[in-house]
Ligand binder design. Sequence first.
Ligand code: C2E
Ligand code: MG
Ligand code: MG
Ligand code: MG
Length: 278
Amino acid sequence: AAKTAGKKRFSFYDQSLQSIAMAKLQLEDDLAIAIKDKQFVLHYQPILTQLTDEVTGYEALIRWKHPDQGLIYPDKFIGVAEETGKIIDIGYWVIKEVCNQIMLRTSNLQPPLRFSINLSPKQFKDTNLLENIRHIMQETGVDGRSLEFEVTESSIMEDIEHTNSTLLQLKKMGASIAIDDFGTGYSSFALLKHLPVDKLKIDKSFITDLETDLSDQKIVHGLISMAHKLHLEVVAEGIETKEQHRLLKQYKCDLGQGYLFRKPVPMDHLQNFIYKPL
Ligand code: C2E
Ligand code: MG
Ligand code: MG
Ligand code: MG
């Protein structure tokens, strides 16, 4: 009986593994179609100065307009895109789309605004990255000073030589560099002081409970002070409440991003974007 139960369990497990694998394969196929049929869209979320509440930039965030399933958020497909390598094509589409939209739609936006683009670890490793970005900038006429690239701690830790030279080249083009989701990975200030990085984006997991969690308060305050000693600007992501905003101002956090100010929206909506001070 034990054997049968074991078998049953095994086959059940096996089946669910199989269906997970099937779902992944389906997703992979759908992603290939999505790239070909241009089913992706970008939404933009403003990044504001904490003290004057001025918009200093917008982060481009990808969404997938799936023909049957509606709008799909990146957490549902970026992982598989990364595993299968599809992120490379998707990533270039994102860079191109941001640059096209900057040239087409930003007539009402005031400089010096930057548009932030997320680079996944695989993209960051891609040997054609710099050449392709240069090409896109030439084709669209976008000034590198309008761009910021967000890389994750895991991307920059893997091969420091490569990281250093890639970041330097991006900076030579005029772009700025932010470390995304800071505090969730294993990078250290010891390493950061040697890299040409401009900003740290404190992960929203440290912000969510900021009002009540004393450890988070100490961590965030400490991160901001350390970053400032290294002449890095700090962005807090995921600000949802006035109290979080107040604490971050008190800690001298430079920039903020979150639903309190604005959720990510399509580029069209930015034209009539008016920030109402709190
Ligand atoms: P991220 O780069 O850390 O982006 C910030 C995420 O936090 C976004 O989620 C944004 O919508 C969300 N967010 C902003 N403010 C708030 C807030 O106040 N509360 C809460 N709960 N969330 C907030 P989104 O758009 O779902 O993107 C998730 C992740 O997917 C991004 O995290 C980024 O890692 C990845 N991603 C998005 N677009 C791209 C892309 O074009 N390329 C690559 N490689 N990754 C992307
Ligand atoms: Mg980001
Ligand atoms: Mg982030
Ligand atoms: Mg994040």
